[in-house]
Write a protein that binds this ligand. Structure first.
Ligand SMILES: NC(=O)c1ccc[n+]([C@@H]2O[C@H](COP(=O)([O-])OP(=O)(O)OC[C@H]3O[C@@H](n4cnc5c(N)ncnc54)[C@H](OP(=O)(O)O)[C@@H]3O)[C@@H](O)[C@H]2O)c1
Length: 307
């Protein structure tokens, strides 16, 4: 008998929220793993069953995995993510879960100087070694990262980045979720690695032009040095490891490492990827409204790039 039950982890986050909406709209059989009772109640109010568990606590994971046909594995970037996701992979293996879809990062690899990509790669390797059939989803930089610029755009009409004329094939998290939903509800995706990008690699001058057009006011891209950018991240409370990891990602971008374009969004979802121009039009309120709370929002912080 085919088990169609999907367990979504990371369901309260950026991709996870869009994914839950998408799976609900498709009428998929879905449950979510959350870390608090309050989150569980929020999902229950929407008619979505949840389990309370935490990747950091192995003993909390098994109940959520009973009868699961596909597991969507996602957690936030964290120095302990390899251990935590490893706990979930091991629990899923023991539970006999037939397929794990892991949200990874574009060009994940064993790079000493790019910790987040290395951690994703290590988890990918662990998943391969576990013998559980897998699919890796490797998105490039999310368009949603630019929402962290809202305050400086509002107050100064600019955003700061240290990446020069780099082209980046940013992708909308809604498209990443759509790809995940297609894989979770489709078949034939085992042993596949999907690099997920937007349809074009654009410069941040072009990003500024799209924002200017959408917001109806001039938005400027202000170039900083890598050191200035890292200092600002630290000054505004970002943890040292994360500021260092983001800085390394900016180096990669400026060297052309984030400009590859794939057609996986259209191939897997049947729709063209959302362009940055469209993303900007869809988020005018978020860019212009006061009082938006973003985790690391500040007056001069570059976008968080957690890949
Ligand atoms: N931003 C980018 O440009 C980019 C690009 C490529 C790849 N990525 C990758 O995308 C992933 C983040 O995706 P996102 O932005 O959608 O996530 P997010 O918004 O940061 O949310 C993280 C989710 O993971 C859950 N979580 C965190 N720690 C957990 C734990 N110990 N046990 C169980 N659940 C846990 C969180 O639950 P709570 O609500 O309880 O915190 C939340 O639902 C990271 O792996 C990152 O490396 C990001």
């Amino acid at each position: 008998m085919i088990n169609n039950k999907i367990l979504v982890t990371g369901a309260t986050g950026t991709i996870g929220s869009f994914l839950v909406d998408r799976l609900a709209a498709l009428g998929a059989q879905m449950e979510v793993l959350v870390r608090s009772r309050q989150q569980a109640e929020t999902f229950a109010a929407r008619g979505i069953a949840s389990f309370i568990g935490d990747f950091a606590h192995k003993e909390t994971l098994a109940p959520a995995l009973v009868g699961v046909g596909k597991l969507f594995l996602l957690s936030a970037a964290n120095p302990q993510q390899v251990e935590w996701q490893g706990n979930m992979i091991e629990a899923a293996r023991r539970a006999g879960v037939p397929h794990i879809i892991k949200l990874s990062a574009s060009c994940a690899g064993p790079f000493p100087h790019l910790p987040i990509k290395r951690w994703h790669y290590e988890t990918e390797e662990q998943l391969k070694e576990s013998g559980v059939p897998y699919t890796f989803l490797r998105p490039n930089c999310f368009m949603q990262n630019s929402l962290h610029w809202a305050r400086t755009i509002r107050e100064k009409g600019l955003f700061y980045l240290p990446v020069g004329d780099a082209r980046v094939s940013q992708v909308d998290a809604r498209d990443i979720a759509a790809v995940a939903a297609a894989v979770l509800t489709g078949s034939g995706h085992e042993s596949q690695t999907y690099e997920i990008t937007g349809s074009e690699a654009i410069t941040f001058e072009e990003v500024a032009e799209h924002l200017s057009a959408a917001l109806g006011k001039k938005v400027r891209y202000a170039r900083t040095t890598f050191d200035e950018s890292r200092q600002h991240m630290l000054e505004y409370g970002m943890e040292e490891w994360l500021a260092a990891a983001v800085t390394q990602t900016y180096h990669l971008m400026s060297e052309g490492g984030s400009q590859h374009v794939t057609d996986n969004v259209s191939q897997l979802t049947g729709n063209d990827p959302i362009t940055f121009a469209q993303f900007a039009r869809d988020h005018v309120e978020r860019f212009l409204q006061r009082g938006q709370t973003l985790k690391h929002a500040d007056s001069r912080q570059p976008a968080q790039v957690l890949n």
